[in-house]
Write a protein that binds this ligand. Structure first.
Ligand code: ZN
Length: 207
């Protein structure tokens, strides 16, 4: 009986790394060390904590589709490192803004992964969190579309509360960037809401 209680407790309470299965963390230090930060070319500076491959890809998949919201803090800490590095180099960032899911999708998933990540980044960097963008078009899941269709799928997908980001240098936060089309669209909405500059941080860049 005691053994069973312990086994159940272990399954429930001890996190296992989503990347390699080792107990002790949602995404362990060894897997984090495998991530090599990279940038996505384009008009908006997009920094990724790693390539969308290997343990990082597995962890993101479990975070998005496996209900493992505990991963937000460990994956968010990877993003916070990139943000802190830029801050240390004099890059202006006034607020952290998630690139949100559509409400109906967030409701069916039980959480919005970008908002959880952005919240982790804000608490680790001390920057304010501004949840001011809203996804107004549902769109088909990006994963079902090819690259050209992905770009078309997100046009005009976001709106920002008027003047909510007035004069702020904004750091957008999302889980994965592929073409940068979603980021570009969210950036346009952030500018329309008054942002003076926009850059983005994603956990992984799809190459
Ligand atoms: Zn690991």
């Amino acid at each position: 009986m005691t053994l069973i209680v312990h086994a159940v407790r272990d399954v429930l309470l001890v996190p296992r790394c989503a990347g390699c299965g080792e107990p002790g963390a949602w995404f362990c230090v060894a897997c984090r060390d495998l991530c090599e930060p990279l940038s996505l070319p384009g008009d908006i500076p997009v920094r990724g904590a790693g390539a969308h491959a290997g343990p990082l890809r597995t962890a993101i998949h479990r975070f998005k589709y496996g209900g493992e919201r505990g991963l937000a803090d460990d994956l968010g800490s990877l993003l916070a490192l990139e943000v802190a590095r830029d801050l240390a180099q004099g890059v202006a960032i006034d607020a952290v803004v998630p690139v949100p899911l559509h409400r109906s999708r967030a409701a069916s998933r039980g959480y919005d992964q970008a908002t959880l990540l952005a919240s982790a980044v804000a608490s680790r960097t001390g920057l304010p969190l501004r949840v001011t963008l809203r996804r107004v078009r549902y769109g088909r899941p990006q994963v079902e579309l090819d690259r050209a269709a992905r770009a078309a799928n997100v046009r005009g997908a976001f709106i920002g509360e008027a003047a909510s980001l007035r004069r702020l240098a904004v750091a957008l936060v999302d889980d994965v960037a592929t073409t940068g089309a979603t980021i570009a669209d969210a950036a346009a909405a952030a500018r329309a809401a008054g942002a003076r500059s926009v850059r983005a941080y994603v956990v992984a860049v799809d190459e």
